[in-house]
Every structure is written in C-alpha cells, then in structure tokens.
Write a protein that binds this ligand. Structure first.
Ligand code: DGJ
Length: 734
C-alpha cells in the first residue's frame, strides 16, 4: 500500500475533508504526497491553484507533516510565487528557467498552469501512477503530469503530456519531462563527459547560483560527449554509504537537456527533457505530445544504495529479460577486423566451441558487393552478403555454428549509409543532409532519415530478412557510429521536428522488431557507449559500454556505469587491448556480461586452459553477478586497487572482484577490505577462485568467518603486482 496513513484520520486531524485517496485538503490547499518505500515527493497547491513542489526527500512517517515544510524556509522572496512550480510555465510571471515555453495559435507567448485534478491508479501492488492535470485558464491548453512510482525500488518515472484545443497549431519551444524542486543546503553534481573510448569520465562540482546545463546536440549517437545520467548530492557530497543523493537519467536516446538551477532561495531547480535546441515542435489541436520519462531515485543512505535501487528497477522493469540469463560469446571484430572469409570464420566458430563460450558473433564486414565492406569507407546500407568473403552466405555460417553446437549472432548498423554504397545512389532522399551544403562525414558515413516511414521499413527489413533467412540467428549487435551533421530531412515539412522524429522513428522500428522477435538478445552498441539510456534498453538485453577494452580503463568505465546500470546489461569483452595478463583481462570482463574478442588459436596452452576454466566458473557464478546486489567496496579512483562485490538475494553467496590499478612501488592491498551486504549472523567460507593454472593462492582456502567479522574487519585479498587480480568466493556455511 502506498498511502498507508488513514486519510480519514488525517482529515479529522486537520478538520478538513477528503478530496481523493491520495491527497489531503488542507484549508484551501491540496497536498499531494507521492511516496515510495523510503522517498517522498510532495506537491501542494497555493490559494491560486498553482501547484508547487514543496518537498523531495526522505519519506516521513506521518504524511500530514509534509504540510509544515514550506513554512520552515525563510530564505527570501519568491516574487513570482511559482519558483517551485511543479511545471514552470514561461511568458507570464515566471522569473527563472521554465519547464515549458509555447507560442499559442494566436501568437500569444504566455502560459499559466493551474491545478485542475489528480488521480491515482494502481498497476499492481508495487506500481502506482499519479496523474495530475494542469490547465491554462486563458487558453484551451493543458499539461498532464505523470508520476509512475515503483514502491519497493524507490524509483519514480516522471513525464508530461501536452495537449490543446486552440484554433491553430501551438509552437512548443521547450517541453520538459520533469521539473523538480529540491530544498537543501548546497548541491554537488556528479556528471559525466567523454568521447570515443573515454566514456563515462566523472566530474564532481558544487553547483553555484545560476544554471548548469547538461546536454547533447549530436542527434543519433547522442551520448558520445555526455550521457543523460547524473547524480546530485544534497547538503554535502554523498559517499558510497552516506549522504542524500538523487540519481537521475532521461529515458531518451536523442538530444537531451538538463537544467540545474540553484535559485535565489538557494534551492535546486532541476528541469530535464528533450533538448529544445533546434527542436521547436508544432502541435496540432487535439494532438498529444508525450515527453520521454525522466527517471530518478533518491536515497539518504549514499550512492551505493541509490545505485542498487536503479539496478534492481532496471532488472525487474526495464532491460529486456533483465532477470534472465545471457550468452557468453566470441566476437571476431578485434580478431579479424574486415579481413575474413568463410574458412577463417569457420575456424573461429570451431574456436568458439573450444573456448567454451556459447555463441559466435560475426562483426562488421560481411556485406556489400558493388561496394564491398572491406574497410569502413564502403558498403554500409547494402545488406547483402559479400559474395567474395561469404560465397555460401550467412546461412552457411549459421550451419557451421550449429555443427559445432554453438549459436550464431551478427552485427548490423542499419541506420547508416556510406556514400560508397548502392543505397546512397538509389535513395539520396533517405539521407539526412542539407541540400546546399557539402556532406560532412563521421566515420565515412551518413545517417538515414528514420523520421521517414519508408526508411523505418528499410531498417526493419534489414533485420527481418536476416531472421527470415536464418531463423536460428541468436544474437544481434546493433551499432550506430555516426552523429547527425547538416540536419535536414527531405521527408519532413517542419525541419525542427527532425531530432525528435528521428528518435521516435528509431523506437517504432525497435518496437516492430520486438513485436516479431521478442526474445532474441540484442546488444545496444554505438561505437562504444554513445547511446546507453533507459528508453533504448527496453528493446535490448545489454549494451556496449566502450570500445576501450583495456582492462585497466575498463575498471573505471565499468565502475561508473554501474551507478546506473546493472551488471547483467554491461557487455565486457576480453581483447588484446592493454598489456595485462589474460587472467587480469578476463577477471575484469567477468564483472558484467562476459565475452571474448581474441584470436583463440594464438593463446598459449596455459592461457587457453585458464580461459576455459574461467568461462566454466563464470557460468557457475553468473547468477550472483547478473541478479545479485552490487556493492562497491574500494574505488579505483582513490585506492591502489578496486574492489567490487556481488551478493545473492539470500545473502548466502557472494563474489568479490579485486583489481590492482596502480603500478607504484609496493602498490597493493595493505589492509583488509570490508565486505558489505552479508548477514552478520551467518558464517561464511572465503576462498580464492579462478586461479591461473599451476598457481597457488597465498590465502587460507579453508578459512571460516562470521558475516559480522567480514563486514566489520574484512579480508585482505593479497592483491599486489604479481597478483593483480584476485577473485574471492564467499559461501555460507550452514
Ligand atoms: C564500433 C563498435 O563499437 C565495435 O565493437 C565494432 O563493432 C565496430 N564498430 C565495427 O565497425
């Protein structure tokens, strides 16, 4: 039950009456507490029916006490009276960053939004939806706010629907998904920046007065420079286990914008949505504009707790087959690049079996005839098997895989085209490019115009044809390497709709693919992590965090992704990047969804043996890694070694990964690592696993400790230069 307090009791207490079961009428104002297990977002109307956000933080035991909160702040004057509006309109009396800016059909540029009604519905015992209607008293224009609450996960998805019945089109110039108002004494932003092979580089800053904008204008591979994921610490910088923190992410694969405004009253205004840059949208009468959702979770127990909320939510409600299993694989990208033929691939398929993984993934380079895909300059768009490399077609390789009892997967990049391709010559009108400008290429390619339904059909058919010809195709790697330059669609009348319609078109295609092929695992790849978000992940089982597979770099990249995304969705491949031993590379990749992209035939006997046993062990332990709770024990940013732990639901079994990240003299584990998430009352055995052949662990392999000891004192994994990665198995002794 979400609203546990008896509202009748509350109504009596305050001599008021009950309006509906999720609100309190308090004098002339209505209080709407939106609660999850530990968090509350509280809205309240003022006497003029403006709806304001009066609280966001730890849930109170008595919901009626939220009403006292506004009177506790006396930080200055809010001249507009709507500085903490739940959806700040512009052009009337607002003085700060708006959530919505419009030009009405008659040219009027002002908007006012008043509370009309609200309603709570329940999807099940865990999920409720609160719908709040706001309307402009002077125009037939309304905004409906949606708060979808996942009670046990403490996660809220918030979005808005804009609608009007004016006599002509209304121009939407800014349309946020959510507008939060967070009271606090100082705010610290954890944001990310990056580029190819440098994804998810964190930065922490104290927010100062004024506006800090996080955004993207790249169009397709929109998150290359900056993802729509961030965290805000409230009152002081949160640590792993302490402090108030809000984790947020926009569920949108295209251009986004997040405004973080510390206002004159020293509170934080957070406005998140589609980027309005070059995206004015003409809304017809009676048409709905639904924004993407902004996803957030709040914790007063630090960053670790908040991240576990998101991971739990993602596994249960968002990522395709989030509670299921994943296939280990061998990819040929780094092993061959574009240089392969049937014979070479047949050998790699045999190596897939020999290695002990479950699937062979054929990467880029298998298509194009008139313009063969022998490098990244040609062939994109021509999705027919290259007859020189694959004279017997993909079907032959699928059969080879079957013969070797492994599955077969394939790479596609269906949104793109090389100028050297038949598609480019046949359908210039399908390509995003400005008529009077010279083409500007990104990785020698251009982007197809997914706002055009014919292009959507084409992209769908690329996949559909592959599946129809090869019904046992078991995996897709969906790449997307280029950004949008010279944004112009030959299909659209209104060019400023392109960035939005592109992403809507992409989701249409993905929906169609999933309607027909609901279960096939698909990796969301975007030349690395250029498109990792919770809208796209509805359709994908996993994502590719970065092309940078140097294990040392990956420890940091995977560490940061893990604040937002669960291990089951994080594809990690063992490659030849980095000079570290195979054990170190494999141990790092095991902390997510394991794959390989190496030349198996070049492994020496011991390395091969090690990989085979590591894969077998991974299969035994993957349930804990994929579905367990993740605890970050020691940060690679602050220590000589990083330590990350996964614990199963029963707190009976755990696995602890430890990786040396410094090569300074005597760098290593000089003191014990305190474990987390165990049951203090249980007894556990701790032993080192995944040892390299013919090596012994210096750790006692029969030691038994209480959960209390392991969490209060910890265990020293003996990480040092000769033992740069150490995996510990923790098992309950009954
Ligand atoms: C970029 C991807 O991130 C790589 O893994 C690989 O698939 C190449 N594209 C292929 O062109």
């Amino acid at each position: 039950m979400f609203f546990k307090i008896s509202l009748f009791k509350r109504a009596a207490l305050y001599s008021t009456f009950l309006l509906c079961f999720s609100c309190i009428l308090y004098g002339q104002t209505i209080l709407i507490p939106i609660e999850t297990k530990n968090t509350a977002v509280v809205l309240q109307t003022d006497k003029d029916k403006n709806l304001l956000m009066v609280y966001l933080g730890t849930k109170l035991k008595s919901a009626e006490e939220y009403a006292y909160i506004p009177s506790m702040y006396s930080r200055g004057d809010d001249y507009s009276g709507i500085i903490n509006s739940v959806y700040t309109p512009s052009g009337s009396r607002n003085l700060v960053e708006p959530a919505i800016t419009v030009t009405h059909a008659d040219g009027n540029t002002s908007l006012d939004l008043k509370y009309v009604s609200h309603l709570q519905t329940k999807e099940d015992n865990n999920i409720s939806l609160i719908t709040i209607k706001l309307a402009d008293p002077a125009f037939p224009f309304d905004v409906t706010l949606y708060f979808k609450c996942y009670y046990n996960e403490d996660v809220i998805e918030q979005w808005s629907v804009i609608k009007h019945m004016e006599k002509g089109n209304v121009l939407l110039q800014k349309i946020a998904s959510a507008n939060l108002y967070i009271p606090g004494n100082g705010f610290w932003l954890n944001q990310y920046h990056g580029d190819w092979a440098r994804e998810m580089q964190p930065e922490e800053t104290k927010l100062t007065h004024g506006i800090k904008v996080l955004d993207s204008k790249l169009g397709t591979r929109a998150h290359l420079y900056q993802p729509p994921t961030f965290a805000i610490s409230i009152d002081k910088p949160a640590t792993e286990d302490e402090g108030k923190v809000l984790y947020g992410s926009l569920e949108w694969s295209g251009n986004f914008r997040v405004d973080l405004e510390v206002d004159p009253l020293n509170n934080l205004r957070l406005i998140a949505g589609i980027n309005n840059q070059a995206s004015d949208y003409l809304l017809k009468p009676a048409e709905n504009f639904t924004t993407p959702a902004f996803l957030y979770t709040f914790s007063d127990k630090g960053r670790g707790d908040a991240s576990r909320n998101l991971q739990r939510w993602a596994r249960k409600y968002r990522i395709l087959d989030g509670n299921g299993s994943r296939l280990t694989l061998l990819n040929n990208w780094e092993a061959t690049f574009f240089d392969f033929n049937e014979q070479k691939l047949s050998e790699l398929i045999k190596d897939t079996k020999k290695l002990g993984v479950e699937l062979f993934l054929l990467d880029d380079g298998w298509f194009g005839n008139m313009y063969p895909r022998n490098n990244d300059k040609a062939g994109l768009g021509d999705w027919q098997e290259n007859r020189t490399k694959l004279p017997s077609g993909v079907g032959y390789l699928v059969k080879e895989a079957e013969k070797n009892q492994v599955k077969f997967g394939i790479w596609v990049e269906p949104e793109m085209v090389n100028p050297s391709s038949e598609l480019y010559k046949r359908h210039p009108e399908w390509i995003i490019k400005q008529p009077k400008r010279s083409e500007h290429l990104y990785r020698n390619q251009l982007v197809l115009d997914l706002s055009n339904p014919k292009v959507q059909d084409f992209v769908f058919n690329v996949l559909d044809t592959l599946f129809s010809k090869n019904p046992s195709l078991a995996y897709i790697k969906w790449d997307c390497n280029a950004v949008i330059y010279n944004a112009y669609s030959a299909h659209l009348n209104k060019q400023s709709h392109l960035y939005i319609e592109y992403i809507r078109g992409l989701y249409e295609v993905l929906k169609r693919i999933r309607a027909k092929y609901p279960k096939v695992p698909m990796m969301l790849c975007s030349g690395g992590g250029g498109r990792v978000d919770y809208a796209a992940l509805k359709y994908f089982t996993e994502f590719w965090p970065s092309d940078n597979t140097d294990p040392l770099e990956r420890i940091f990249i995977q560490w940061e992704y893990s604040y937002f995304f669960p291990a089951i969705a994080t594809s990690n491949h063992v490659t030849d990047w980095g000079k570290q031993p195979i054990k170190y590379r494999t141990d790092v990749a095991m902390m997510g969804k394991l794959g390989f992209d190496i030349v198996v035939s070049e492994l020496n006997e011991k390395d091969l043996k090690y990989c085979q046993q590591a894969i077998a062990l991974y299969k035994q332990k993957s349930d804990i890694i994929w579905h367990g709770e993740q605890y970050r024990l020691l940060s690679p940013w602050e220590n000589d070694f990083a330590s990350i732990m996964y614990v199963d639901e029963e707190r009976s079994n755990a696995i602890v990964f430890n990786y040396l990240v410094s090569n300074r003299y005597k760098a290593g584990s000089t003191s014990p690592v305190k474990l987390k998430g165990l049951n203090a009352a249980k007894k556990y055995s701790v032993r080192e696993i995944n040892l390299y052949p013919d090596t012994q662990s210096p750790l006692s392999q029969n030691a038994i400790y209480s959960g209390d000891y392991l969490m209060a004192v910890g265990i020293n994994p003996n990480v040092r230069d000769r033992r740069p990665s150490v995996i510990l198995e923790v098992m309950e002794i009954k």
